[in-house]
Design a protein around this ligand. Structure first.
Ligand code: FES
Length: 169
């Protein structure tokens, strides 16, 4: 059965470390509605762009209508509601993936390609993000390349995939 959006957003928020960081910003601003721009900044910094679930979460936490939050997010050029990168590499750092070496998958991207979680490549082609358990713990450590889950990844495989993207013409 499909979960209502609000419920699924809250579940995602409780699992995703990026939401924890966003939450901290919201709490530091005491859930003030006039902190919306600052909160949107933090969210974009964390997630790379302002996807609908993130906007829904912010609207709920600041007790603002989603239409208002969406309106602000689309009004300012510095915010983006669409992923701007051609490719996305997500590394799962949920417990199972982490204990099976997930962190090394992220570290190799930082060490070799200067890519960090929540960041994009200098040419804007690749966005890297961290997931907190994607429900495929049996294939840990998992990486998701452009939305496709790849099982039991090694640092070499992650590096080769992302390097390949960067070398694309
Ligand atoms: S911890 Fe990575 S899929 Fe569950």
């Amino acid at each position: 059965m499909m979960m209502p959006l609000q419920e699924s957003v809250m579940e995602e928020a409780s699992l995703n470390p990026y939401f924890h960081s966003l939450d901290l910003t919201i709490r530091q601003n005491r859930h003030r509605q006039d902190a919306l721009i600052e909160v949107l900044h933090k969210a974009q910094e964390q997630f790379g762009y302002l996807e609908k679930d993130v906007l829904t979460y912010i609207a709920r936490e600041l007790k603002l209508p989603l239409s208002r939050v969406y309106g602000v997010a689309t009004f300012y050029h510095l915010f983006s509601v669409q992923p701007k990168c051609k490719h996305t590499c997500s590394i799962c750092l949920g417990t199972a993936c982490y204990t099976k070496g997930g962190q090394a998958l992220l570290d190799i991207l930082t060490k070799e390609l200067h890519l960090k979680a929540g960041g994009r490549s200098a040419d804007g082609k690749v966005f890297v993000r961290v997931e907190r358990c994607i429900g495929n713990c049996g294939v840990a450590p998992a990486a998701i390349y452009d939305g496709k889950v790849s099982k039991q990844q090694t640092s070499e495989q992650v590096l080769a995939t992302v390097k390949g993207w960067l070398e694309e013409q």
